[in-house]
Design a protein around this ligand. Structure first.
Ligand code: FAD
Length: 454
C-alpha cells in the first residue's frame, strides 16, 4: 500500500536510478514512500539485458550521490577518464584531454552496481518500502490509485495520492495519462560489444573514453573494473541488419574499425546476440498533473529522456531528485506547490541539455577527428587557463560544474561573440572583451578532481 505522511500516500514508480535516489531523499525527510518496480530485485536476479552496462557520471551526478552519502563509494568503484582517445580511420590515435589542466575526469561506473547501491541505501532508509515484480500499467484517474500487474499476471490497485513516475523513457504512467508531448526517435540505434582484458590487462588505455568517429556512425568504449571495455556502436538502425553473417561482421569491422577488430574475439557472436537499442528524446509538458484522483509528476527519463552523447541522462535525472527535495523544503512540504515549482525550474534546463546532447553527437562522430577541431580545443584550453573562471568551455560547464544547463548556451554564445570580436579587433577591443567576460562569468563550481593522467 502506498505510504502515508500528513495524509498523503506517496508512491514512486520505477526503482531505477532516479526512483531510488528520490526514495532515499524522501525517506530522509520523513516522508514514507512505496516504490513499485516492474523487474524482480536486480540484486538477486542480475542486471537487465539490453541496458547500457556502464555510465559516465560527472559533477552533477556526484553532487547528488554526495547528498545521500554515496559519492565516495561510487568513486571508489569508478574508473576516471581524463579525456577522449580518438581513433581516426587510417590515422594515429590521439588523446584529447577534457579539461584545460588535464586533471578533471568523468567517471565510468557500472550501471547495475550503482543501481544496487541506491537500492541498498533506499532499503535501509526508514519509511521506504520497495516492491519488486510490480508492473504499473496505469493510473486509476477516478479512484486515485496505481494499476499493478505482478509477475504471475495478477492485477491489483494500490491507492496513492502522490505518484512520482521515474519509470524511464517509455514511461507507462506518461503514456497512460497521455501527457502532452512526443518521443523523437533518432534514426540511429546502438549495439553493445565487448573488448575483454588482454593478458589480464586493459587492451586499451583505461584513462580515456575511446571514440571511433566514422561520419554517420561512431563507436565508443568505456572501461570496466574487470579490465574489459564496453563498446557501443551507434549506427543508422536499418544498417545493422545487413551484417547478418559472422563473415560480414568480421569483414565490416576489419574495414572500418581495424585497430580494434582483433581485440574483440567474440565480436561476431556478440553482434548476433546483442539487441539494437533505440535512442530517444522525450519532449513532454507539463510534467505534473493534478485533479485526477492523484497528484502525478514525471521525473528523469520519463519526463525528458535525452540521447546519450553528452553522458548526461542519469546526471540530469539525479538533478531532478535534488530539485524535488529542494522544492519540498521551500514550500513547507506541500506537494502541490513543490511539484509545480519543480517542473518550472527544471524544464528549461532539460530542454537545454537535450539540444546539447544532440549537437554533441555530430561533434563526436564527425568533428573530433578534424585538425580544425583539435586546434579549436587547444585554443579553448589556452583561454580557460589564461582567463580562468571567465572563459569556460561548454564541455567544462556541462560535465564539471553544476551551472544550470539552461544558462550554458547563452554563456557560450556570449563568449564566442566576444572572441570573434577579438579576432578581428585590436588591443582596445581585447581589453573590453576581458571586462565583458569578467562580468559575464561566475566561476563554475568544480566537480571532483581526478588523478593526473598517467
Ligand atoms: C546507450 C546509453 C548510454 C547512456 N550513457 C549514459 C552516461 O554515460 N551517462 C549518463 O548520465 N546517462 C547515460 N544514459 C542515460 C541514462 O541511462 C538514463 O538517463 C537514466 O537511466 C535515467 O534514469 P531513470 O531512473 O529516469 O530511468 P531508468 O534508469 O530507465 O529507470 C526506470 C526504472 O523504471 C522501471 N520501470 C519501467 N516501467 C515500469 C513500469 N511500468 N512499472 C514499474 N516500473 C517500471 C524500470 O525497470 C527501471 O528500473 C545512457 C543511456 C543509453 C541508452
Amino acid at each position: 500500500m502506498a505510504a502515508e505522511h500528513g495524509g498523503e500516500r506517496v508512491a514512486i514508480v520505477g526503482a531505477g536510478l532516479a526512483g531510488c535516489l528520490l526514495a532515499v531523499l524522501l525517506g530522509r525527510r520523513g516522508v514514507p514512500v512505496t516504490v513499485y518496480e516492474r523487474r524482480p530485485d536486480p540484486r538477486a536476479a542480475g542486471a537487465e539485458r539490453g541496458r547500457s552496462i556502464n555510465l559516465a557520471i560527472s559533477a552533477r551526478g556526484l553532487a547528488a550521490l554526495e547528498q545521500v552519502g554515496l559519492k565516495d563509494q561510487a568513486l571508489e568503484r569508478a574508473l576516471p577518464m581524463h579525456g577522449r582517445m580518438v581513433h581516426p580511420l587510417g590515422g594515429a590515435q590521439n588523446f584529447q584531454r577534457y579539461s584545460a589542466d588535464g586533471e578533471r575526469a568523468i567517471n565510468s561506473i557500472g550501471r547495475a552496481e550503482l543501481n544496487s547501491s541506491l537500492l541498498d541505501t533506499a532499503e535501509a532508509t526508514p519509511g521506504v518500502l520497495l516492491r519488486f515484480s510490480q508492473r504499473v500499467t496505469g493510473v486509476d484517474a477516478t479512484a486515485g490509485g496505481l494499476l499493478l500487474e505482478d509477475a504471475d499476471g495478477r492485477v491489483s490497485t494500490e491507492p496513492a495520492d502522490v505518484v512520482l513516475a521515474g519509470d524511464g523513457a517509455f514511461s507507462a504512467v506518461r503514456r497512460s495519462l497521455r501527457f502532452d508531448g512526443d518521443a523523437d526517435f533518432l534514426e540511429h540505434g546502438y549495439k553493445e560489444l565487448t573488448i575483454p582484458p588482454r593478458g589480464g590487462e586493459f587492451a586499451l588505455d583505461p584513462d580515456a573514453l575511446h571514440i571511433w568517429p566514422r561520419g554517420t556512425a561512431m563507436m565508443i568504449a568505456l572501461p570496466n573494473l574487470d579490465r574489459s571495455f564496453t563498446c557501443t556502436l551507434f549506427w543508422p538502425k536499418g544498417d545493422f541488419a545487413a551484417l547478418d553473417t559472422p563473415e560480414r561482421v568480421t569483414a565490416f569491422f576489419a574495414a572500418h574499425y581495424p585497430d580494434v577488430a582483433d581485440l574483440m574475439p567474440a565480436l561476431a557472436a556478440d553482434f548476433a546476440r546483442n539487441p539494437v537499442g533505440s535512442l530517444v528524446t522525450v519532449r513532454c509538458w507539463p510534467w505534473v498533473r493534478d485533479g485526477e484522483g492523484a497528484l502525478i509528476a514525471l521525473l528523469g527519463d520519463a519526463a525528458h529522456a535525452i540521447v546519450p552523447f553528452f553522458g548526461q541522462g542519469a546526471n540530469c535525472a539525479f538533478e531532478d531528485c535534488l530539485e524535488i527535495d529542494r522544492c519540498l523544503d521551500e514550500t513547507g512540504g506541500r506537494w502541490g506547490p513543490a511539484l509545480a515549482l519543480y517542473q518550472e525550474r527544471r524544464k528549461a534546463n532539460t530542454d537545454a541539455i537535450a539540444e546539447m546532447a544532440l549537437d554533441n553527437f555530430v561533434e563526436m562522430r564527425d568533428r573530433v577527428s578534424s585538425p580544425v577541431y583539435r586546434m579549436t580545443r587547444a585554443v579553448q584550453h589556452a583561454l580557460e587557463r589564461r582567463l580562468a573562471g571567465r572563459y569556460v568551455s561548454r564541455y567544462e560547464l556541462v560535465s564539471f560544474s553544476t551551472v544550470p544547463y539552461a544558462r550554458i548556451p547563452a554563456r557560450i554564445r556570449r563568449q564566442n561573440l566576444v572572441l570573434a570580436g577579438a579576432a578581428s579587433g585590436g588591443a582596445l577591443l581585447l581589453a573590453l572583451i576581458l571586462r565583458m567576460l569578467g562580468r559575464a562569468a561566475g566561476r563554475p563550481r568544480s566537480g571532483r578532481r581526478g588523478r593526473p593522467r598517467r
